[in-house]
Design a protein around this ligand. Structure first.
Ligand code: SME
Length: 150
């Protein structure tokens, strides 16, 4: 069954309604998304902590690398370009950073605040090849927008 993003968005909205702290919001989004679908083996945020630098934020799954410069790996390309990166085969992505050798596909979305500034990226990894769809991109982008750009 495809993930029900309407229900997931409602759950996250009600859990985070009165919260404004970015890390508390990221931790809650990570937990809810990670547990929503067996396709997801690693879910978490990399935050923009200095110009051109991402540092790991709340996540679930095995350990992730602590820092990623803009332009490096799937996360760094998403942060630098501001464009969603849907990677059906991580081995075909030049410069992919392998945190777990089991990862086969990956989806990274930029996270913007209410002013449109990129504050983080949201990274999902799957051990299955070609695990992510346009429905994931749309559903997750709506959740990120409703949570961080309000
Ligand atoms: N694969 C990512 C690095 C982060 S880990 O997957 C948790 C990348 O290439 O940016």
């Amino acid at each position: 069954m495809p993930l029900d993003y309407t229900t997931l968005a409602r759950t996250i909205a009600s859990l985070t309604e009165a919260e404004t702290d970015a890390v508390a919001l990221m931790a809650t989004v990570t937990c809810e998304v990670f547990h929503a679908d067996d396709r997801f083996d690693w879910v978490g945020f990399y935050r923009v902590t200095a110009p051109g630098l991402l540092k790991i934020g709340p996540y679930q799954g095995g350990h992730g690398c602590l820092q990623i410069p803009f332009g490096k790996g799937v996360c760094g390309v998403a942060a630098q370009s501001g464009a969603v990166q849907l990677v059906p085969d991580v081995e075909a992505f030049p410069g992919h950073i392998a945190c777990a050798s089991s990862t086969r596909s990956e989806l990274v979305l930029p996270v913007r605040d209410a002013a449109g500034k990129i504050i983080a990226v949201f990274d999902l990894d799957s051990d299955r090849p070609d695990a992510f769809t346009q429905a994931d991109v749309t559903g997750l982008a709506e959740i990120l927008d409703a949570t961080f750009a309000r």
